[in-house]
Design a protein around this ligand. Sequence first.
Ligand SMILES: [Fe+2]
Length: 130
Amino acid sequence: MIKLGERIQEGDWKAEKHVPVIECPDLVKVNELFEVKVSIGKEIGHPNTTEHHISWISLYFHPQDEKFTYQVGHFEFSAHGESVEGANKGPVYTQHEVKTALKISKPGTLYALALCNIHGLWQSAKEVKI
Ligand SMILES: [Fe+2]
């Protein structure tokens, strides 16, 4: 059986519009809040239409030398122009980007996972040092 992880796609976000871009400091202080922004399509825009959009982004943290990965947050993007008038006639579209803040007590790796409703799961990672 193929593991779910093998279905997750990755790539260079500068060349592939689906790859999440994680923006935060490379180096942070122990237990001090820092901002993390995750977006899709920073270099090449991803569509945001009723038919084709990013449904959600999940952010995880894996502390160095630990066994398990922690979920930091899950962010749903619910509006993509749907309306009783039809597809793309609605008054609102949620942009597929999120800013949050966290503090960590150990160095580790942040992982972002995103779902495009027609192109599947995409991931990226960023190391954070203390
Ligand atoms: Fe897509």
